[in-house]
Design a binder for this molecule. Structure first.
Ligand SMILES: NC(=O)c1ccc[n+]([C@@H]2O[C@H](COP(=O)([O-])OP(=O)(O)OC[C@H]3O[C@@H](n4cnc5c(N)ncnc54)[C@H](O)[C@@H]3O)[C@@H](O)[C@H]2O)c1
Length: 386
């Protein structure tokens, strides 16, 4: 005789890992029924083991059928093989990111936006007003369609493109002449505070802010020929803008938020031709990263890191005039001789913004094929490179 018996079960297993598992467990029990005749029934009990519980392969687990100590059964659990199990992954699903400094698909900002999108984040970008119209036009005409294609075949979408001039903390700081100029007058509040307010209105909160912008009007000038105005402009646009970004965005970020900015090794060593106060701006950015990490960590639990990237022929770098030589020199003298790609920097930024990097803050992370580790050029005459 077969009697359907409602039972509840609990599973007790030794814990060894944190992997989700679900098992269908055939259980045989003897059940006293109304007729007081012991009968044998067979029930199939779907057992869900909580996320934090995963038995080792071969573990024997006790199934206890609740109610009247009816029966217990042993089962053999099969562990999910490495191939079947999800591997350690950068998972930014549910996170919202703003990447400032995107105006085409050639620079680090774009690659970072794409890496964040690949990891599942919702991504908005902020674009310098003088570059905004051309950027929107190119996007609308599908010029970036190929580079915006994600690995699953879908096309990356920017949740929004905010006009941003990182030289200004509030709209009132911008000269009236600039505010009324052709490229700025339809941009609304393009200041850092204005973009933060717009993001708060659109999203409420966000999780990630990437600062991928710099400007040094006299970057081609040697320091000995750099004006005070040019020097301070470089520091203002390229370094203070990050301080201001943390001031304005940190309060609207969910706890555990992450900031990442981009620096260049000329902050520490002389790169002739990279002038106009830009090395000082990058040195300030790196130093501020440490202080901001401390202050934003204690105040909000946010992290602040900076990536020191090797040379890349982005639009900004190409404007300096000798980016080809910089790339070539780095390749000849780095431990890794393949050219640095923007995607390598994008992947590092995505990692730094992810919970996998929850212990990393205040760090300057080199993504430069190891160039910064070298103490002597190996392409010199008489050297025997490996
Ligand atoms: N390309 C390199 O070789 C290299 C190496 C190391 C670090 N970096 C850094 O990477 C970051 C991104 O630069 P990139 O090389 O990818 O070039 P890029 O041209 O893609 O990005 C620079 C962006 O900054 C924007 N910008 C300039 N002034 C601005 C302002 N006042 N407000 C808002 N936006 C402004 C530009 O419109 C541009 O979109 C910069 O901080 C740069 O110094 C570049």
């Amino acid at each position: 005789m077969s009697v359907p018996v409602p039972v509840s079960v609990s599973v007790s297993v030794p814990v060894s890992m944190s992997v989700p598992v679900s098992m269908s467990v055939p259980v045989s029990v003897s059940v006293p029924v109304l007729m007081s005749v012991p009968v044998s029934v067979s029930v199939s009990v779907p057992v869900s083991v909580p996320l934090s519980v995963f038995p080792r392969s071969g573990t024997r687990a006790m199934i206890v059928v609740a109610g009247s100590a009816l029966a217990c059964a042993a089962l053999e659990c099969r562990s999910i093989s490495r191939d079947e199990r999800a591997m350690l992954a950068i998972d930014l699903r549910g996170k919202r990111a703003l990447v400032a400094g995107v105006a085409d698909d050639a620079g680090f900002g774009f690659a970072i936006a794409k890496a964040l999108a690949e990891a599942g984040a919702e991504v908005a970008v902020a674009t310098w007003p003088p570059a905004l119209v051309i950027f929107r036009t190119m996007l609308d005409r599908g010029k970036f369609d190929e580079s915006m294609t994600l690995s699953d075949g879908s096309k990356m979408k920017f949740a929004k493109i905010y006009p941003l001039d990182a030289d200004y903390d509030t709209l009132a700081d911008a000269p009236a002449e600039l505010r009324e100029s052709k490229r700025y007058r339809d941009c609304g509040d393009f200041s850092i505070a204005g973009v933060a307010a717009a993001v708060a209105a659109d999203w409420g909160q966000l999780d990630i802010v990437v600062h991928s912008l710099a400007n040094g009007p006299e970057v081609k000038n040697p320091l000995l020929e750099t004006s005070r105005k040019g020097y301070l402009a470089a520091v203002s646009a390229s370094a203070y803008s990050m301080v201001s970004a943390v001031q304005h965005f940190a309060p609207i970020m969910r706890p555990g938020g992450s900031f990442v900015s981009l620096t260049y090794m000329a902050s520490e060593r002389v790169v002739p031709g990279y002038g106009g106060g830009m090395p000082a701006a990058k040195a300030a950015l790196e130093s501020d990263t440490r202080t901001l990490a401390y202050e934003a960590g204690r105040k909000w639990g946010h992290r602040v890191n900076v990536i020191s990237a090797g040379p890349l022929a982005s639009r900004a770098a190409s404007a300096i005039g000798f980016i080809g030589q910089m790339i070539d020199y780095n390749q000849r003298n780095s431990p890794l001789t393949s050219p640095l790609t923007a995607e390598e920097v994008g992947a590092t930024a995505a990692f730094l913004c992810s919970p996998l990097a929850s212990g990393i803050t205040g760090t300057t992370m080199y993504v430069d094929k190891g160039f910064a580790a070298m103490g002597m050029a190996v392409d010199r005459e008489g050297a025997k490179p490996l």
